[in-house]
Ligand binder design. Sequence first.
Ligand code: F6P
Length: 550
Amino acid sequence: MNADGRTRLNQTPEWTALAKHREELADTGLRELFAAAPDRGTGYTLQVGDLYVDYSKHLVTDETLRLLRDLAAATDVAGLRDAMFRGEKINTTEDRAVLHTALRAPRDAVIEVDGENVVPKVHAVLDKMADFAGRVRSGEWTGHTGKRIKNVVNVGIGGSDLGPAMAYEVLRSFTDRDLTVRFVSNVDGADLHEATRDLDAAETLFVIASKTFTTIETITNATSARNWLLGELKAGQEAVAKHFVALSTNAEKVADFGIDTANMFEFWDWVGGRYSFDSAIGLSLMIAIGADRFREMLDGFRLVDEHFRTAPAESNVPLLLGLLGIWYGNFHDAQSHAVLPYSHYLSKFTAYLQQLDMESNGKSVDRDGQEVDWQTGPVVWGTPGTNGQHAYYQLIHQGTKLIPADFIGFAEPVAELSEGLKAQHDLLMANFFAQTQALAFGKTPDEVRAEGVPEELVAHKTFKGNHPTTTILARELTPSVLGQLIALYEHKVFVQGAVWNIDSFDQWGVELGKVLAKRVEPALTEGAEVPGLDPSSKALVAKYRELRGR
Ligand code: F6P
């Protein structure tokens, strides 16, 4: 029993029915499913905004989908969703509302946290960002020496880096190409070094992005960036105001660091780090693409928010994608989920989703603090096709693991490509369609034999198929489409966390490592005794000191 008297998830009739159904479907493959319903290729599709979502190549029937929706109903996914949109404190372990959806709400919306409508605050910050971004882009905002800003360096980590860094790549063709925009996250000094070594400090703006403004990597890098800037400019503290802005919830720490809070862009504790990219954390992106494009992106987010909030279960895309993940993770023992974009511009998209999904749903106790008896979040991984095809697809096709995958592609190449390069797009997309076909339907031993393959090689050249994929196709990659894609995955992750009854919005699992790192550092620098250091780590620290000649 759960603390509230509800039956444990894996003992509910809905769960048991799915387990039984899984056994019944054990011998049914995609060839059979398509033979039984030839219109599946058009029937098992949904449209949300610009995204055409094909789920026909999944190991599911109408009955599977019905049973999955029953599970969602039994676990009251819709109830938790509505509570989230209303601003209730569904992040119970941190006693916080979860309101990234308010970041893209229209100006006239009313969303209350503790009795206060937060929407005016959201728009006040967006307006302030738009004003600032406009002044940097136009050259009105100059550096300490009066030079125009040509370089923007975002310093942040995790949710304060991955979102803007990813989106900058995705929307590169929409960016002001005269601006150099870089992202520094790693506390390895090499990151900041490489980001600044060829820049003119007088033309460089540092955007320090940290929700808490206490994250050691970011504060260390920001301090080094300030030292670099003041050293290069041979200037005093007074130069900081024109070269440093902060994105944070913590005005006090921003001021302590020496950044004028007039140059701070605020957000709030009801925005989770990994859900913060469309808050002030998006400032570097806004400088790169301009406020209008940024707003188009927010509109894309909102479109999918509204769909998730209002679409019936049968046609609710985030719900469907979340439930399909549960089908494989909980009933087929799949351990991972691949996201394989067929767009070079989406090269960092999967890395972004890793934090979104794995930090949200990498939990092993439920909301009541009880150990879960069911699998939770998958390992999310992947890189753009077609590169992956020549690297790890072999394992997906012929390995021993079931790896459900999302294929994301676009009908149109990016507008700014030359005609010659645009012509390559059909080849890219031919690979996109070929891969999901090969994964789904494979090649039988008889088909291999029919090609004249010698008998001893038939097993090697056989593809079993039945590797499930979702295809997400849009006409073109625009700011709005990016917003739609991110919101789609945000809500998919939400659905899964709701079914698993875990808190998808805390991240206590990152704390222990942080505390230990603080404790170990003096051992590295001064050889200090670290109380409680285990023998293996002690020996490693000693080896490190020896190698550093200490
Ligand atoms: O890794 C933990 C975490 O808190 C993430 O959730 C967050 O995105 C990241 O650190 C950065 O935190 P901050 O924005 O407070 O510097």
